[in-house]
Design a protein around this ligand. Structure first.
Ligand code: NDP
Length: 260
């Protein structure tokens, strides 16, 4: 578990994994800037304020909107002059469950803008705060669906099996997470000399709106094996052990390195 009083910024913190990150980090005594597209509608987050007085800050941040990202970053700099310890780039969207050649171009564009361009804008805007922080960590929440070698390995799976069926879906999402992984390594290369640690992290397949979508589309035949509290507690235990030597790596929720 994390030591107390670190400052975390989380994107997409109003529901799913982002919310659970905020909840568990607050329970561990940290300060959390929980960002989301619409703070007035973030009822679950507001429900945490009374138990964590003064340590939960809810900011508006839409990763698709550069002005919104800049405004949130400026507010973070103003309210946290000693910097941010850890940025968790969690916000993301999934592509529709249509086969690769049936997807809409708009879907591809939106997924790449959110998961790749959005994450880039957020990291870049918050870099001055991360540089001033003590831990200097950036966590990009990725997915094994972005692992090119894993998908390639499933091409030989028997037709009709789960890996074979899943391999026909989510071109946009897979491409976005593969590009996000490259972004992790590019930034690691440039920021290593400053002692900034940046990794890609797979949270496992988790029972959230996104995690359950694929399962439902496949008739619920294979269900997400993890609940959000379990995924997040495992991930936080891993983040607590990260060192600058880990920068540029892609970790599974098990702590194993995921093949690119
Ligand atoms: P959910 O769909 O449950 O939540 C997604 C979150 O991202 C919501 O808070 C949503 O906000 C936010 N978001 C989407 N677009 C934007 C935007 N433009 N600006 C700001 N926030 C935005 O997904 P999960 O919690 O399951 O996923 C979180 C991360 O984990 C994602 O990056 C996902 O790719 C990754 N992941 C999830 C897995 C799973 O099994 N669940 C597996 C592997 C990776 P809003 O409510 O406004 O839509």
């Amino acid at each position: 578990m994390t030591s107390s009083s670190e400052v975390y910024v989380i994107t997409g913190a109003n529901r799913g994994l982002g919310f659970e990150f905020a909840k568990q980090l607050l329970e561990a005594g940290n300060t959390v800037v929980a960002t989301c597209r619409s703070p007035p509608k973030a009822d679950a987050l507001h429900g945490l304020t009374s138990s964590h007085q003064g340590r939960l800050h809810i900011f508006s941040l839409d990763v698709m909107d550069e002005a919104s990202v800049q405004a949130a970053a400026s507010e973070v700099e103003k309210q946290f002059p000693d910097g941010v310890d850890v940025l968790i780039n969690n916000a993301g969207i999934l592509s529709d469950h249509v086969t690769h050649l049936n997807m809409e171009v708009k879907d591809l564009r939106d997924v790449l803008l959110t998961n790749v361009v959005g994450t880039y804008m957020v990291t870049k805007a918050l870099l001055p705060s991360i540089r001033k922080g003590r831990k200097k960590q950036v966590i990009n929440i990725s997915s094994t669906l972005g692992s090119i070698s894993t998908l390639q390995g499933s091409l030989d799976a028997p037709e009709g099996s789960f890996p074979a069926t899943l391999s026909h879906y989510h071109l946009a999402y897979r491409s976005s997470k593969a590009a996000l992984n490259m972004q992790t390594v590019c930034m690691a290369a440039e920021l290593k000399k400053e002692g900034i640690t940046i990794v890609s992290q797979n949270p496992g397949w988790v029972q959230t709106d996104m995690g359950s979508y694929t399962s439902n589309k496949m008739g619920g035949k294979v269900k997400p094996p993890l609940d959000a509290p379990t995924s997040i507690s495992k991930q936080l235990a891993l983040f607590a052990k990260l060192t600058p030597a880990d920068t540029g790596k892609f970790y599974d929720v098990t702590g194993d390195v995921v093949p690119w």
